[in-house]
Design a binder for this molecule. Structure first.
Ligand code: IPM
Ligand code: MG
Length: 358
């Protein structure tokens, strides 16, 4: 039996997570696995209910599970709370830190039937298949922060950016191992021409590269990488980078897949991994059954693959997504003329149906 903590969170989180559970239940029915789901509160929903965005009980539910399925957190309602109580800083970052999730995997694969949904040209994105590995528990996100008054009556704000050799080594090693299972290419992204942590990052990669002669290592500055991602994304196999660069580059890279609603993610490295879509809680479309549940459903597939080593089951979910898209079903974010518009629940039902009957 696999124990799964379910944290729907806020906004569209509460709409997309049930669709991923449906997909997992269909897998359980078809392959005879038993999944036990335990729901817990996180984000604004938790703040409203118990006064804190990451209650201790939620953390222990996660720790006692084999994997965590997370929706999305945050929204305008909680943006004016003191920083430590806001869903992002008060829940998501501590959850990553507490569970030791230093490696964030964001695979960018273009489903061929979505070529037209992207804002980018067909000849640029055809065949895109890359994996961004983002360091997730270090860097600016977790560095010391402070404010002080300045003599001119203004303020000075500081965020410390630091990385240790240890932190760099473990994520880069992880990226090399991933590259070995793919096309044996690793691109390390930094800003070593300006930033000291990036210089240590590059030196560390250069050392590790000697241990992976079978993987072709390249180095790229982050500004160049952001350009190369839309100029010629097929040049990339695995990209490894620090926390903030990875945050920015993966939003950009999501457009290679047609919509940010298609980008799943896995955050791993500790005892229990968190599987969640790369997008946010989308307050503007929340409650209208307009959200695309596919990134969450694909995150559930990543859970099967990485947490439970159920490769065939993971592929079954991915193939169901492929099929439903080939049959022209589209949520609003992917909609084009001539396609069949479906809502969040209908999309989830279609995926479930294809998992059961394929
Ligand atoms: C992401 C998100 C988060 C991040 C936010 C919600 C704090 O953008 O997972 O990419 O910046 O890491
Ligand atoms: Mg982000």
């Amino acid at each position: 039996m696999y124990k799964i903590a379910v944290l729907p969170g806020d906004g569209i989180g509460i709409e997309i997570v049930p669709e991923a559970i449906k997909a997992l239940q269909a897998i359980s029915e078809r392959f005879g696995h038993e999944f036990q789901f335990t729901e817990a509160l996180i984000g604004g929903a938790a703040y409203d209910a118990v006064g804190h965005p990451l209650p201790e009980s939620t953390l222990s539910t996660c720790r006692e599970s084999d994997a965590v399925l997370l929706g999305a957190i945050g929204g305008p309602k909680w943006e004016s709370l003191p920083v430590h109580l806001r869903p992002e800083v008060g829940a998501l970052l501590p959850l990553r830190k507490e569970l030791g999730l230093y490696a964030n995997l964001r695979p960018c694969m273009l489903f061929p039937s979505l070529i037209q949904a992207s804002t980018l040209k067909e000849e640029v994105i055809t065949g895109v298949d890359l994996m961004v590995i983002r360091e997730l528990t270090g860097g600016l996100y977790f560095g010391e922060k402070s404010r002080e008054a300045t003599a001119d009556g203004g303020q000075k704000a500081t965020d410390i950016l630091s990385y240790s050799t240890y932190e760099i080594e473990r994520i880069v090693r992880f990226a090399y191992e991933t590259a070995r299972k793919r096309r044996h290419k690793l691109c390390s992204v930094d800003k070593a021409n300006v930033i000291e942590t990036s210089r240590l990052w590059r030196e560390t990669v250069t050392e590790l590269a000697k241990e992976y002669p079978d993987v072709e290592t390249s180095y790229m500055y982050v500004d160049n990488c952001s350009m190369q991602l839309i100029r010629n994304p097929r040049q990339f196999d695995v990209i490894v980078t620090e926390n903030m660069f990875g945050d920015i580059l993966t939003d950009e890279a999501s457009m290679l897949t047609g919509s940010i609603g298609m980008l799943p993610s896995a955050s791993i490295g500790g005892q229990v991994g968190v599987y969640e879509p790369s997008h946010g809680s989308a307050p503007d479309i929340a409650g209208q059954s307009k959200a695309n549940p596919l990134a969450t459903i694909l995150s559930a597939a990543m859970m099967l693959r990485y947490a439970f080593s159920l490769e065939e089951e993971a592929r079954t979910i991915e193939l169901a997504v492929l099929k439903v898209l080939e049959e022209d079903y589209r949520t609003p974010d992917l909609m084009e003329t001539g396609k069949k518009l479906v809502n969040t629940v209908q999309m989830g039902d279609l995926i479930k149906e294809r998992i059961l009957n394929s």
